[in-house]
Design a protein around this ligand. Sequence first.
Ligand code: KE4
Length: 422
Amino acid sequence: MNTERSQVLYNEAVKLMPGGVNSPVRAFKAVGRTPIFIESAKGDRITDADGNEFIDYVCSWGPNILGHGRPEVVEAVKKACEKGLTFGACHEGEPALAKLIQKHFPSMEMLRLVNSGTEAVMSAIRASRGFTGRDKIIKFEGCYHGHSDGLLVKAGSGLMTNSIPSGAGVPQSFTDCTLLAGYNDPSSVESLFEKYGGEIACVIVEPCAANMGVVLPKKGFLEFLREITSKYNSVLIFDEVITGFRLSLGGAQKYYGVIPDMTTLGKIVGGGMPLAAYGGKREIMECVAPLGSVYQAGTLSGNPTAVAAGKATLEILEQNPGIYLALEEKSARLEASMKKAGLNVNRCGSLLTAFFTDKPVENYDGAVSCNVKKYGEYFNYLLENGIYTAPSQFEAMFVSFAHSDEDISKTCQIIESFADRK
Ligand code: KE4
C-alpha cells in the first residue's frame, strides 16, 4: 500500500506537534506504524492522502453514526455558517437542542452544552462536588473520561494504549480524591463506600465500557451502582459520551433501564462538530453559575454551527428509529465473522472489540492480558486489505448506518481470511 504522501505529511507534523498528532491514539504507536493522513470521507468510506480508500470503523471515535458527510447535516452546518460562525451570545438553537436532548434523556432535567467530553465530565464532577459538599470521587479502572487531571489515574483509552498507568504532570494532590474501583466488581465499590461513604461526591462510570476495548456491564452491576449511590447520597454519573444516542436513542440508561443522577454526552450529540453536554437533576444543575457557585464557562459553548450539526443529527436519528435495528443487524454480522475467525469478541450494540487474549474480557485485568502485538498484526492486515479499524487494542470498533450490506460482507470476508493468512 503506497503511503508516501502520508509519510511526507507525518515527517512535517512530527516536528510541530507531539507525535505529529493532536490526540495520542492517532499516532498509531500501538500498531507499530506511522499514521495515515485522511484526505476525505463519505458515507462509510475514508480516503487517505495517497488515494487509498478504506471502509471506516473508527467513525471519528463515534460521532459519525450516520456515516461521514451526511448531506442533511452538512447542509445544516453550511446554513448556520452563512449566518455567522459564533456569537458568544444566546441563540435559538441552544434551547432547541437542549429540548431535543432532554426529550431522549429525561433524566437530564437541566443541562449545559460544552465543547468536549472532557469538559462535560470535568464539569459534571465539579457540579456533583458542589451539590454534595464532598470531595472524593470513584471511577473504574480501564474507564476513560477525558484528560482532566483528577481522572488520569489508570485511565483506559490513550493512556492504557500508551501503557502509561497514570499520566506525568498530574500532582499527586490532584488525584488524592480519586478512588479507583474495579469494573464489574461490586465488592471493590462496597469497600470504598464502607471506608469513605460520607465523603464520596459521585461515582462516574461508562455504563458500557469502551475505552479498554468494549467491556459490557455484568448483569446487575449498573443496578448495584444505582442502589449504593442512593444509599450514601452520592451522585451517580453515567459517562455516555460514547453510548449516548449510540446504544439507543436514549443511550445506555434507556438500553439498560438504569437512570443516573447526571449524564455526560459527546460525540454523536455534536454530529461531528465540537459539542458535548452535561446535565441531570435540576437541584444539582441549579448549583451551576450563574444560578449557583459551581463555576463553568466556555467561549464557544453551544455555538450555532456545532449546535446545527448536533440538532440535524439527532433529528435524523429520531425520525428513523429503524436505524438502531439496522445497526444491530450490521454489527451482529461482523461479530459472527469475528467469532468464525476465532477471535475473542465483545459486542454491545454497534460497539465491538476483538481481544487478543484467551481470557474472557470482563474488566481491566482481562483487557491488559491482551497481546497488543497480535492486535497490531490484525490491525495492519485489515488496513492493507482496505478496512480501517481502531489503531489500538483498547478502543472500540464503531459501526455506522452508512455501512452498506456489501461493505459489511466485504469486511466479514477480510476478517475471516485473517485466520487463514500465511
Ligand atoms: P473528548 O474530550 O475526547 O471529546 O471526550 C473524552 C471522553 C469522555 N468520555 C468517554 C467515555 C470517552 O470515550 C471520551 C473520549 N473517547 C476517546 C476514544 N476512546 C476519544 C479519542 C481520542 O482521545 O482521540
